[in-house]
Design a binder for this molecule. Sequence first.
Ligand code: C2E
Ligand code: MG
Ligand code: MG
Ligand code: MG
Length: 289
Amino acid sequence: AAKASGRGALRFYEQSMHANAQERRMIETDLRHALATDALHLAYQPVVCASAETIVGFEALLRWNHPTRGPISPELFVPIAEEIGLIQAIGEWVLRTACMEAAQWPAHVRVAVNVSSVQFANPAFPGVVMSALAASQLDPAQLELEITESVFLNDGLDTDAMFAGLKALGVRLALDDFGTGYSSLSYLRKAPFDKIKIDRSFVAGAAVPGNRNAAIIGAIVSLAEGLGMDTTAEGAETRDELELIRTLGCSHIQGYIFGRPMSAREAAEKLNCPTGVVTPQGYERSRAP
Ligand code: C2E
Ligand code: MG
Ligand code: MG
Ligand code: MG
């Protein structure tokens, strides 16, 4: 395989999908350093109510701006962090930071945090969530944890007990990337999800006449409604997709049509909150309300 020569982030990203051992070691070392030096940050993408088009929450998305390589996608570095055991520490940082930043928002605005199946497999995980809530004073009802079906593939894990432990904290649970994994229906029967997120691959192209995705989205929505769960359509980019998703009855929409992932400051400004920065000591207001 060709060596990534550092000619721009996209090139690096593409080649690292098949990263060789040397590239992987570089990512491992630099990622440890990034976490230790507070060089990671979160971007927030609006989640919008499909009918009223108001912001009901934001999804926190991890960002790593590499000093020489530029932005590196979480789709590339999260799997590596999982393999080298760094995801526990990174995941804890994400939870604490997201809770701290969201604690400045109005009480009805939620924050969604992605949880790796490796984090989820750790019996200490509910305690990590509890301490992030306690440190930030965020209302547990404002926190939504996004997990994927892959958590069910871990035979050694008592998923029922994990779900019970998390629900007991008062947080919400969302099933992310729905439709892209394995036999999801048996999981839905038992797991106490509050929301199903319909994967972007079903939304893309759904508005093209004759496209089969619309039928699948409609079926997922009725399934979710029957189970008392919300639905978020991920990745709506066009007005046509938005109209279709709304017609199909999705309760929430998240996609470039309403907003790209933005900084914590921009998110707070969108909500008309006084903007400031979160420091290890807490929230520091930068200007008067
Ligand atoms: P995800 O959780 O499904 O997040 C949604 C992804 O879709 C985000 O990509 C978001 O920027 C992108 N997206 C949203 N709307 C649109 C749209 O209209 N068009 C297009 N083309 N894309 C859209 P991102 O930020 O690159 O994250 C990719 C994945 O990385 C996430 O997928 C999630 O699986 C993982 N990830 C991100 N942050 C974290 C984290 O803090 N922890 C863990 N464990 N995984 C994370
Ligand atoms: Mg997600
Ligand atoms: Mg998703
Ligand atoms: Mg995804």
